[in-house]
Every structure is written in C-alpha cells, then in structure tokens.
Design a protein around this ligand. Structure first.
Ligand SMILES: C[S@@+](CC[C@H](N)C(=O)[O-])C[C@H]1O[C@@H](n2cnc3c(N)ncnc32)[C@H](O)[C@@H]1O
Length: 312
C-alpha cells in the first residue's frame, strides 16, 4: 500500500510528515470503513483523500483484498458504484492445523488413495461429502481437502440492471470442479429470525441485498434435521454474490463435513461445463414463497416471478 501510494504521488519529496504517517496506517484503518465513512474520511484532508482513493481502487480491483489465491474484480457497466462493501472472510478458513489435540482424525500416508474420512459411497452429485478435518495428520494440500484451499478458479463480480451484483466465471469451469464455499456468519436460529426480519424490511425498500441462507441437513436417522443459518450479508466471501435461478442454476450445492466438525459447510461445484463469462447461479430453494417476496429476474423459462424465501 505504502509503495502504491508513493507511486501514485509520482515520488513527490515535499509531502509533509503527516502524509507519511497517514500512509503507514491507511490500509489498516481505511479498508475497514464503509464507503460512506471512507468518503467522510476522504473529505478531511488531502492525505486521507489520496489514501481513500487507493483503498477504493484496491477494493474494486479485488473483492477478496488478496485473501484468495486469485483476485476477483468488480465490473460495473450499469452505474457508478465501484464495488459492494462487506468484510471479506476467506473460504480457506477451514484450518488444517489442529487446535484440538484430542479431536479425531486420520493418519493416512496418502488420503487420496484410501482414507477413513472419505465416504466412498458419497461423491460428486451426492448431497453431502466428507473431507479430512482439523484432527487429521494431513495438511491443506491433502487430496481429501478439495474445498479447503480457497477460491482458485477465475471469477469476476458484475453488476446487472435488475439483480444487482452477480458472480461470473472468468474461465471455463469443468463439470464437477469446485468453485467456492458459501462463507458467512453461522447464526443461531433466534438470531437468524431477528436479522431476517430486519433484512426483509430493508430489502423491500431496496436498501439491502440480504445474503442469509438457511440450510437443512436431514440426519442419517431420517428423524432429525440439522438447521444451519449462514449469513454472508456483512461478513462473507465471493459466494454472497451468487444470484438465484428458478431452473436450479449451473451450480450444485453440496454440504461438506470435515472429520470432527459438527457443522457442515455449503460448497458449490460446477453442475456442468460453464463457459467463460457465464453467470453462476443456484436455486435459493423451492420453499414456500412469502407474500412479501422480491421479484425474480432470473430469466429462466420456469421462472416463478418471485424470489424464493424460506420462512425463518
Ligand atoms: C445473496 S444476494 C446476491 C447478490 C446480490 N445481487 C447483490 O447485489 O449483492 C441475494 C440478493 O440478490 C438479489 N437477487 C438474487 N437473485 C435474484 C433474482 N433471480 N432476481 C432478482 N434479484 C435477485 C436479491 O436482492 C437477493 O436478496
């Protein structure tokens, strides 16, 4: 950041000490400010205005802020909004180091060949997959941790006239290829209900694009159901930009459970070959559509006209 700032200023030697001080903490502080607060900070002095411009340009150039293997840029052919603001949390957060020494895990020489963490009856197209976890001896490069290395395919976030920002492939994605995890805050159902109410109010007047997902995992007994609430509205990753399609979309959503973990993670894989530039979509669900549902603009021939929204 410091180097970039200096380059942008053309190496002026007459910048005062205050400006240098600003540069040293600008990235740390300004990159956490909302666009409104960033603009307010920029209005206070020249040094902050320069620093804020760099922060804004960096955000637009890479939504991940360097936290994924590849940058994911924002592109906006619709209006002047340069980026969408949220706190980025990397999908590679599922650590391979073991914070719980007693946690169960495998000790294989090569998990890609045979591994107790891998359920052989499950695989691509199944609704649930299992991967090595924090208690396993293997590292992040293990062959049974395909969804734990972050977003390694090329993606871009493009704003559309009706659906807002959407996630697009920026390369050919092969059928079955891992795309990204749906990263966000895991909420209790009580908190999810509280937030959903607020989000509905804000969304109905166009002030927010909520990204609160409710997942239900039917447990093997068939008698119980685990409800998981993931809210990517304020804290999340690129998956928070995936829009809904009534035809089910081109992404397959699969629950992935790491050995030793109670909660599953929701991961997206290419359902078929997806060409460069194509928008990535999945179905938000066929659950009962609420009367205050937002209009759906997925454009598919089977569009219901209203966004599915689960009763929370
Ligand atoms: C998870 S966010 C997706 C990213 C969002 N488009 C944005 O700009 O941040 C979900 C929100 O996107 C919009 N959205 C998603 N799919 C849509 C669709 N098919 N038609 C209209 N709006 C859609 C709705 O506002 C929805 O609440």
């Amino acid at each position: 950041m410091e180097k970039r700032l200096r380059r942008r200023r053309g190496g002026d030697d007459d910048d005062d000490d205050d400006a240098d001080a600003v540069e040293s903490w600008a990235e740390l502080v300004l990159s956490y400010l909302s666009p409104r607060d960033l603009a307010a900070a920029a209005a206070t002095c020249t040094a902050l205005r320069r620093a804020a411009a760099v922060v804004a340009a960096c955000r637009a150039a890479d939504a991940t802020g360097g936290r994924e293997p590849r940058p994911v840029p924002f592109l906006n052919p619709v209006d002047s909004q340069p980026y969408a603001f949220f706190i980025y949390f990397s999908s590679s957060s599922s650590s391979s180091s073991n914070p719980f020494p007693d946690a169960s895990g495998c000790d294989c020489d090569d998990c890609a060949i045979e591994c107790p963490c891998r359920r052989p009856d499950l695989g691509f197209q199944s609704e649930i997959m299992t991967e090595c976890g924090a208690g396993c001896a293997c590292g992040v490069e293990c062959g049974n941790r395909a969804t734990q290395r972050g977003v390694s395919v090329r993606l871009k976030i493009i704003k559309g006239p009706k659906k807002g920002w959407g996630l697009h492939a920026d390369q050919l994605l092969r059928r079955g290829e891992f795309v990204c995890e749906y990263v966000g805050e895991y909420l209790t159902t009580k908190e999810a209900r509280k937030r959903q109410k607020l989000y509905d109010e804000l969304a109905s007047v166009g002030k927010l694009s909520p990204a609160l997902l409710v997942i239900r995992e039917h447990l093997p007994s068939g008698k119980a159901c685990l409800r998981v609430n993931i809210d990517a509205t304020r804290i999340g990753n690129v998956a928070r930009f995936i829009n809904h399609s009534c035809d089910g979309g081109n992404l397959l959503s699969i629950l992935v459970r790491n050995t030793g973990s109670l909660l599953p993670r929701l991961c997206f894989f290419a359902k078929r070959d997806i060409v460069e530039g194509e928008e990535l979509t999945f179905s938000y669900g066929t659950a009962s559509v609420r009367s205050n549902g937002l209009p759906c603009f997925c454009g598919s021939s089977c569009c219901l006209g209203v966004l599915p929204s689960e009763e929370t």
